[in-house]
Design a binder for this molecule. Structure first.
Ligand code: GUE
Ligand code: MG
Length: 283
């Protein structure tokens, strides 16, 4: 078997195309959405992600606002920018690019955001809304995983999904999203305390690997015909490396690779969150 690629790059292009029409309608009504990014420091990876997000905004007609702070910015500097964005009517939603430089408190920064402007869905209020199955912005990477599977007609209703990793941006919220009534998957969330990860993986119809350990998932751990989504990103000497070994493509039915899989979907869901917020209006 050679897996069908779950092509996040092509899917992002479709999503941006769909969003363009919705943004045009908002703009015609005088309500152009605006996405802001808060970037602290000069980590090249973070700079490139932020640049990509602004390029996406330009493609669909979302106004983009960049707030870049130097690496030696203080917590008070960051919080001042957050307060300004909370008050700025041109900013429909925004993100604080993570991780923040050492010494800054990202939890305190996130909590200071207006939860209704949280384009990432990572504010405690929005994570709480997800637990309670109340409407709100959904975390972008988990939403990207579910949306990518939906667009390729990979069933989740009743499926056994094994997630590797319990991080706050992917694993834990993904478990919550997959178990919503509207998705209806059965989830096993594996972490460093899991006794037999290979056995949990072999039982899965869908595997989502978000451990950040290069090559962790090998072909012998995958049930033939399973769908595998790689969300691990490690910056290696020759580019990005995922958690999934390349030979997994020989046993999986579908594979979302790194790069070109879930990463671009994360960006698509960020813009979707902003457009949805603009469509709802600000009350
Ligand atoms: N507040 C916040 N929100 C985030 O959503 C957030 C963050 N902080 N910090 C860092 C992580 C990482 N992340 C990615 C987004 C897009 C790609 C992406 O588009 N990747 C492409 C190419 C990447 C490349 O070539 O460098 C791909 O996988 O094909 C990857 C990773 C969002 N993050
Ligand atoms: Mg995001």
């Amino acid at each position: 078997m050679t897996a069908t690629k779950l092509d996040g790059k092509a899917t992002l292009a479709s999503i941006l195309d769909e969003l363009s029409g919705r943004v045009a309608a908002l703009t015609a009504a005088g309500r152009t959405p605006g996405l802001a990014t808060v970037l602290v420091g000069d980590d090249p990876g973070s700079q490139s992600y932020v640049r990509a997000k602004h390029n996406d905004c330009a493609k669909v007609g979302i106004t983009s606002i960049r707030r870049d702070l130097p690496a030696d910015a203080t917590q008070a500097d960051v919080e001042k920018v957050i307060d300004e964005l909370n008050a700025d009517p041109a900013c429909t939603g925004y993100i604080v690019q993570l991780p923040l430089p050492k010494g800054l408190d990202s939890g305190a920064a996130l909590e200071r955001m207006d939860p209704d402007k949280d384009a990432d869905g990572l504010h405690p209020t929005n994570l709480g809304r997800l637990v309670l199955q109340e409407p709100g912005p959904l975390p972008c990477t988990p939403r990207g995983v579910v949306e990518l599977l939906r667009r390729y007609d990979v069933p989740l209703n009743g499926a056994k999904v094994t997630v590797l990793g319990r991080g706050v941006t992917v694993g834990r919220p993904l478990g919550l999203l997959l178990t919503l009534r509207s998705v209806n998957a059965t989830v096993t969330l594996c972490h460093t305390g899991t006794k037999d990860v290979a056995a949990e993986l072999r039982a899965a119809d869908v595997i989502v690997a978000a451990a950040g350990v290069p090559g962790l998932v090998t072909a012998d751990m995958v049930k033939p015909g399973a769908a595998v989504l790689d969300v691990g990103i490690t910056r290696g000497e020759d580019g990005l490396v995922g958690d999934v070994a390349p030979e997994v493509a020989e046993v999986a039915s579908y594979l979302a690779p790194v790069p070109g899989g879930v990463g671009p979907m994360t960006r698509g869901m960020l813009l979707t969150n902003v457009v949805e917020r603009a469509e709802r209006g600000t009350e």
